[in-house]
Design a protein around this ligand. Structure first.
Ligand code: CA
Length: 230
């Protein structure tokens, strides 16, 4: 049974969505304010989140950004108001999976929910299909579930760290220059620098290398980028 969190401050809209989704067989949890919504999604596991943009306390955009930063990969559909064209783009850049403009038909929303659930269940959020644990140095990683462990203890890794590690893993034993890494892991619109890339590599080394100062897995190729030895 799929569990959906709705974060929406308009009482009528919230009640309507909850009733209809429950009628469709979903388990529904709700929050009416940004801070409670964020708390719930950080503490519980959902299959999908419906997230309004304009909320008391914390906006839907900030919730989305924080959730992704914390490594939460649950699909998010943003509920935007009519005419918030820029907001839609912003929402998708911040890591939302889809958006729907109010007022929307229930049928359209249900179709989007079903499409996203089907996609995420079958592809594991677009990374690797096989649900397998891979040992990379001292880190055990499951790319499909965005999970990482050291000695069976969970390790906190951001969404971006998973994506970078996954890119390196897929391109093992090849020299990867920083530009290639940037264009493949970040969206073009993000203002990132080679220093950002290097900082992520430092963080990854601390998690996978026995001695991060003497890396044996992610090697630096001076003046170019990195080489992942696997
Ligand atoms: Ca609102």
């Amino acid at each position: 049974m799929n569990k959906i969190l709705i974060v929406e401050d308009e009482a009528n809209m919230l009640r309507g969505l909850k009733d209809n989704l429950e009628f469709e067989g979903y388990i529904v949890d709700t929050a009416e304010e940004g801070n409670t919504g964020l708390e719930k999604l950080l503490q519980n596991k959902y299959d999908l989140i419906l997230l309004d943009v304009m909320l008391p306390n914390i906006s839907g955009f900030d919730i989305c950004k924080t959730a992704r930063k914390e490594g939460i990969t649950t699909p998010i559909i943003m509920l935007t108001a009519k005419g918030e064209e820029i907001d839609k783009v912003l929402g998708l850049e911040l890591g939302a999976d889809d958006y729907i403009t109010k007022p929307f038909s229930l049928r359209e929303l249900l179709a989007r929910i079903k499409a996203i659930l089907r996609r995420t269940k079958s592809s594991g959020n677009g990374l690797i299909n096989e649900n397998i644990n891979i040992q990379i140095g001292k880190l055990t990683v499951n790319f499909k579930n965005y999970e990482a462990f050291i000695d069976e203890k969970p390790v906190k890794m951001s969404h971006k760290e998973f994506e970078i590690l996954h890119y390196l893993y897929q391109n093992a034993n090849k020299t990867i220059d920083r530009d290639e890494l940037m264009s493949n892991v970040w969206d073009i619109n993000y203002d990132i620098t080679t220093r950002t890339v290097d900082n992520f590599i430092l963080k990854l080394r601390q998690k996978i290398e026995n001695d991060p100062n003497q890396p044996k897995i992610i090697h630096t190729v001076h003046g170019v980028g990195y080489k992942f030895i696997f």
